[in-house]
Design a binder for this molecule. Structure first.
Ligand code: FES
Length: 212
């Protein structure tokens, strides 16, 4: 039975807005949905003075409602300040689209999550985070929950391939339960570093593979 998508969802799916990549973005984020393993990457260009989003694009490896909510959310966020854009909710997106089937709500949550993560990335890179919290193992684990294990489409924490984490003198060591010659070792290493390198009190991130 086809899912009861609204006309608007189908329209945005067929003619998505703001799809693509921004070269040299001021910030970017990649998020995966724990519910389905789909991935979205979002890019931002921000006016440094006014903190307004001047350009925004996304690449979705998700379903029709993710592409539709990504389109709506990027349209809503364009021209807004970062503070205004932070207030956009998945509910706003779902409403604009004339509702989403309940099993597809997580798709709009994913679109909002990636927007918020990109704003956070901008704030981290530009020293705008007001309350600086010391990086702990818990914080690192939480961030790694957004790195996918490409073999199974679930995150690397849930699939138990992160053995342990050590933080010492501004260096995070992530111990992996996969060998260096694992076919996705390089991708995982790159994503882990991307997730952790911008933490304000971290100078170095190393990913240690099995028997290294
Ligand atoms: Fe995965 Fe929609 S089913 S984003």
């Amino acid at each position: 039975m086809p899912l009861p998508y609204s006309e608007k969802v189908l329209e945005y799916f067929k003619h998505p807005k703001n799809v693509g990549k921004i070269e040299n973005p001021d910030a970017k984020a990649k998020e995966g949905s724990p519910a389905c393993g789909d991935m979205v990457t979002l890019y931002l260009k921000v006016d440094e003075k006014t903190k307004r989003i001047t350009d925004i694009k996304f690449e979705s490896f998700g379903c029709a409602s993710n592409i539709a909510t990504g389109s709506i959310i990027t349209e809503l966020a364009k021209g807004k300040t970062l503070e205004e854009a932070k207030k956009i909710t998945w509910n706003d997106a779902a409403k604009e689209l004339g509702g989403l089937p309940p099993v597809k709500v997580h798709c709009s949550v994913l679109a909002v999550d990636v927007l918020r993560a990109a704003i956070e990335d901008y704030e981290e890179r530009h020293g705008l985070i007001k309350e600086r919290v010391k990086t702990t193992k818990e914080i690192v684990f939480k961030r790694l929950k957004h790195v996918m294990n490409p073999l199974v489409g679930l995150d690397i924490v849930k699939t138990n391939i992160v053995k342990d984490i050590e933080i010492e003198d501004g260096t995070i060591s992530v111990m992996m339960d996969v060998p260096r010659d694992h076919q996705f070792a390089n991708n995982i290493e790159e994503e882990v570093k991307e997730r952790l390198e911008h933490l304000w009190d971290i100078k170095k991130v190393e990913v240690v593979f099995e028997k290294e």
